[in-house]
Design a binder for this molecule. Structure first.
Ligand code: C5P
Length: 303
């Protein structure tokens, strides 16, 4: 297996630096509720170039020493620590020296951007590389899905996917890299569980109308496909989500949508259109309104 290029081995092989990218859902349809309590989804996800950084060092001291620049995330219940434990128990590797893992957060937390899932999934890829690939990608996905529905996408090298099932059945798609992604995050943390629990058709049998490019296997994409079934749930509770969406559309975004369970909203701006300085100005204006929780970024293509 080739090494995903955002994993770099440094010096004497004992330290790895990983870039853990965020994602946006360019569409998200809920098909109904499953017998395991989760919802059946059809979603197209794109990794974007807003990344956390994880470093792994092998140490003489046994055990896992985890630290994070956001102290609220530094506990042993962090998904990263759970990912390490799960990896070693699945790999049945002999006890060896310990690991020091440091997480630097840039992706906002509970924001619909998959930050925690990316940290865990990317770390699984890093550990797999560190140990010379004991697991295939499919096996890594099976480990990842025990950590959360979005984790599998971050445990594989592909940067854009159609995800079905709970979100763990992946088929690679082409990157949507001809847009700038302008992200705006109102400073409220949203619980994914709460949003799914409050989705109106939770007990119903909704069959989302799926257009051509949302059918499994299709790789085409049109801006008309952009839709998120969860958007209204979060917007009702946090009207600021709708305000941000309107601001982005009024400012000339080709389309704007809440990502995942929110509350982050992203606007798409054609890359070849206009010059980037006007987008920087727009980002700066929005930054003043939304307390600097604004990012102008591109599709993450692993380069
Ligand atoms: O899988 P994960 O732990 O990230 O999901 C958090 C919560 O979101 C789940 O407990 C569930 O309530 C809800 N969820 C769902 N259907 C999905 C994914 C998540 O109902 N496909």
């Amino acid at each position: 297996m080739t090494c995903p290029c955002y994993i770099c081995k440094v010096a004497d092989n004992t330290m790895i630096t990983l870039r853990a990218p965020a994602k946006v859902n360019v569409y998200l349809h809920i098909l109904g509720k499953r017998s395991d309590g989760y919802h059946e989804v059809v979603t197209r996800m794109q990794k974007i170039d807003l990344c956390d950084t994880i470093t792994i060092d092998e140490t003489e001291e046994p055990g896992i020493a985890f630290n994070c620049d956001d102290e609220t995330l530094a506990g042993d219940d962090n998904l990263v620590v759970r990912a390490v434990r799960l990896f070693y128990s699945a790999a049945n590797l002999p006890a060896r020296q310990g690991l020091a893992i440091r997480l630097e957060k840039n992706i906002p937390v509970a924001a619909g951007l998959g930050g925690g899932s990316s940290d865990a999934g990317t770390l699984l890829q890093g550990l797999n590389m560190l140990h010379d690939y004991p697991f295939s990608e499919d096996e890594l996905v099976r480990i990842a899905q025990q950590l959360g529905s979005d984790v599998p996408f971050f445990a594989v090298a592909c940067t854009a996917t159609l995800a079905t099932g709970r979100g763990e059945c992946l088929s690679a798609l082409g990157d949507l890299d001809d847009y700038w992604y302008l992200l705006v995050n109102p400073a409220v943390a949203v619980s994914t569980k709460w949003v799914f629990d409050n989705y109106a058709l939770t007990s119903g049998k909704k069959k989302s109308k799926l257009f051509g490019s949302q059918k499994k296997g299709s790789t085409t994409f049109s801006l008309d496909d952009m839709h998120n079934d969860l958007e209204l749930v979060t917007m009702k509770r946090y009207p600021v989500v709708g305000e941000i969406k309107n601001s982005l559309l009024e400012a000339g975004a080709e389309a704007a949508l809440m990502s995942g369970s929110g509350p982050t909203v992203f606007g798409l701006f054609k890359r070849e259109k206009g010059d980037i300085s006007s987008l920087y100005k727009l980002a700066e204006c929005l930054s003043e309104v939304y307390d600097r929780r604004v990012w102008l970024t591109r599709a993450y293509t692993g380069a």
